[in-house]
Design a protein around this ligand. Sequence first.
Ligand SMILES: Cc1ncc(COP(=O)(O)O)c(C=O)c1O
Length: 434
Amino acid sequence: MTETDFWADVDRHLVRYGGSFVPAVIERANGSFVYDTSGRAILDFTSGQMSAVLGHSHPDIVETVQRSAATLAHLFSGMLSQPVVDLARALARVTPGPLEKSLLLTTGAEANEAALKMAKLYTGAHEIVSFSQSWHGMTSGAAAATYSAGRRGYGPAAPGNFALPAPNAYRTRFTSSDGEHDWRGELDYAFDLIDRQSTGALAACLVEPILSSGGLIDLPAGYLRALKDKCEERGMLLILDEAQTGLGRTGAMFAFERDGVVPDILTLSKTLGAGLPLAAVVTTPEIEARCHERGYLFFTTHVSDPLPAAVGCTVLRVIDRDGLVAAAARRGERLRAGLVELQTRYECIGDVRGRGLMQGIELVTDRLTKAPAEDLGRRVTTECLALGLHMNIVQLPGMGGVFRMAPPLTVSDDEIDLGLEILDKALSASTATG
Ligand SMILES: Cc1ncc(COP(=O)(O)O)c(C=O)c1O
């Protein structure tokens, strides 16, 4: 089939589900690269959809999938097997003390849906607070708590959802008298508004420790502690969504560790399956017990499936065996240093932010006004792809284009340098024509 025929079939037969398709036909993927049908290597700085933390076609994952597919892949949802219990035990070991109980599911949205239902049943309340630039998934409960995109045109979202302003240090709305980002004032004011709107039925706060689709916004140090206090004052649960930040990407096993906070419920997805569909809801025995007493129901086709659970066990084992959390911290520093260096040469890089191997750069037309550089973002993306680097740009109203970079934890120093070199060339070519 020619490329022309391929794209004609795409036009004829595929539903368009968001944004535009990357103009390349991918045939295979290995390590930090994907390869198109002409054999061209493209450095994958998004780890697939921010998930393939072990790179593509990792030998341990290939072995696990082949063995599980040949022996035990899928079961009746009430039937248990060893990989499921092994993964639940492994998750209890890598998470802090009280998080001992896991529910194993398939996608991030589903895990958040299950966590929200748990919080509602546990508290007997239904109101949910999440960030104004959040992304928690496409199913209805998760979508009702998602504010970065997709709210228009589908009728009412679940009643009782409130937005908390995402604390964006680069584009602060709240500044103290010394010009610093007054995130505490911002948080206090937000909860003052939430308390006024609430019907007295606040159930949970659902947040990402680094807002990814919202433009790679890292929460200020101390913010999660303050948020947990707000939740406790109101009898709400804190649900942390570590779909992208979990399992080492930020240079810590979980991003929440930086703040010394333990969530009541933790949701994991993307990185847990390293690119295969696996998600988990991890919570305390106390929350699990009360929900069970009240008839908690989350019986899906693929709950507790052995094949993805075996993959999750392998992911955790490889991360531990190969020291990938420390590696992400080290390689993240190299990536960040390179981006900061590019910022000294390109006026259009207004901000460099992130943690570990989850970094973002925000493009602006003017560093003083911080006016968004939307066209430039598109040109740089196209230029990068032409030169062999795939990156994702988030374009949100009122923000410059933000490039998200999240290479696999297995990325080498040379691959990071190659990515930086391509980005340099792409910026140079795009600003010259701009
Ligand atoms: C933080 C976060 N939570 C949840 C989701 C939804 O996960 P899924 O697409 O697997 O349902 C995403 C997806 O991008 C995400 O980034």
